[in-house]
Design a protein around this ligand. Structure first.
Ligand code: FAD
Length: 386
């Protein structure tokens, strides 16, 4: 029997590709291997569950077994691939060696942690990057039996969305980060400050411009010592200090990898014949967007390529909709430094236009009622990957 097409990863990239492939080719043997439980779920929903008091089971659309059945694939869960051999076209899982005909790396991105958490605090300090993480944090919140004091470290998209969601769920949230305003990679500072004001207005404590020096054990609480000598106390801590592409397998196998992930061309082909990369782990022609729309476009194009029609991927001007109902935010960050940001509006209703030297729009950011302009502005902005 010929070796199967093998996909590593059951996130939106891995399962998305499997669905697209099956729409084109019902017969080809496909194996999907995943280190986690293989639940089919939409990761963006993780930061909307606490407001609605959703138990983890309500976030999963279907189980791995169900996906395997419906899509006619072998799905191996709780199975970590330890190494890949591009020349022999094999991969290793412990002592087991499996052959593949073509391989797709959809291993996602992992939380970037730049400090130690003491052993004693492991049941109180969390990251949430998959459904299993959500399960762990949800259980810790539920075990308290009362609204929790949650300290969130990091004010990027993940930190801000969880902050908004937890406050909406009745919890008390503190936000700590070295930046002076939330969403520093998506918003120019005045718009970030508007979001910070909306957060403060909802009762959040913002400790911005402050770096975490250390975690401390304080009985059943966690202490956060900050660089100005001040302290915060919390029941639980959520660390949201960014994500790094999980490219170790590719790197160890000698594939071209950079800080933004596994390098691919627009066919999602890596530097090794027969190996493609997709989703948060892939840096496609210099861009790693780490959002759903680009990975869906990639899954569609790669399915066609694997079915015999080489299809380069293209990304449109797809703005990011940040799930902060306290102040709605939409952003299309420019892919290069703008000559200027032009900002209009007042209060929480702001529109910022990133312009190049010739005054052309190369990105934008919108808050409050200005988010209505997203379609009009996206039409005028250049594509992410044209
Ligand atoms: P992942 O979902 O990380 O999947 C990686 C898979 O690889 C996992 O199954 C893992 O077990 C497996 N794996 C890794 N290493 C191995 C190994 N060695 N062996 C076997 N398996 C392995 N994007 C948006 O566009 N809009 C949003 O609103 C939005 N909200 C978000 C909210 C949150 C809280 C988070 C964390 C992200 C959000 N994103 C959003 C980003 C989006 O969810 C991600 O871009 C997308 O889910 C990434 O999917 P992926 O399949 O590439 O990676």
């Amino acid at each position: 029997m010929s070796a199967p097409l093998t996909i590593i990863g059951s996130g939106m990239a891995g399962f998305g590709l499997l669905r697209q492939l099956r729409a084109l080719d019902a017969e080809r043997p496909v194996t999907l291997i995943t280190a986690d439980g293989g639940d089919d779920y939409a990761k963006p929903l993780l930061s909307t569950g606490f407001a609605k008091h959703l138990p983890p089971g309500r976030l999963a659309a279907r189980s791995a077994l169900d996906v395997a059945d419906r899509l006619g694939a072998v799905v191996r869960t709780h199975t970590r691939v330890d190494a890949i051999d591009p020349r022999a076209r094999t991969l290793s899982i412990g002592a087991e060696t499996l052959a593949w005909s073509e391989l797709v790396l959809a291993t996602g991105a992992a939380p970037a942690l730049s400090f130690d958490t003491a052993e004693a605090l492991h049941d109180r300090i969390f990251t949430i990057n998959d459904l299993d993480d959500y399960r762990g944090f949800h259980a810790a919140l539920t075990a308290l039996g009362r609204p929790a004091r949650v300290a969130i470290v990091g004010v990027g998209l993940v930190g801000c969305e969880f902050a908004n969601d937890l406050v909406a769920g009745g919890h008390r949230v503190s936000l700590v980060a070295p930046e002076r305003a939330p969403l520093p990679r998506l918003l120019p500072e005045p718009l970030g400050r508007a979001l910070g004001e909306a957060f403060a207005g909802a009762g959040m404590r913002l400790r911005l411009g402050r770096t975490l020096a250390a975690f401390e054990t304080l009985g059943s609480e966690v202490g956060l010592a900050l660089d100005d000598g001040s302290r915060l106390e919390a029941d639980l801590v959520l660390v949201a200090t960014g994500l790094r592409p999980r490219a170790a397998l590719a790197e160890a196998a000698g594939l071209e990898v950079g800080v933004m992930g596994i390098q691919t061309d627009r066919l999602l082909a890596t530097s090794a014949p027969g190996i493609h990369a997709l989703g948060d782990v892939a840096c496609v022609d210099g861009i790693n967007a780490m959002f759903v729309q680009p990975l869906q476009a990639g899954a569609k194009a790669l399915a066609r390529t694997l079915a015999g029609t080489p299809t380069p991927v293209a990304y449109g001007a797809w703005p990011v909709l940040v799930k902060t109902p306290l102040l709605p935010v939409v952003a299309l960050p420019p892919t290069r430094a703008p000559a200027r940001w032009r900002i209009e509006g007042e209060g929480g209703d702001l529109a910022a236009f990133a312009e190049d030297e010739d005054g052309r729009l190369i990105g934008f950011a919108l808050t409050g009622t200005c988010v209505r302009r997203k379609v009009e502005l996206a039409r005028a902005a250049p594509p992410l990957l044209g």
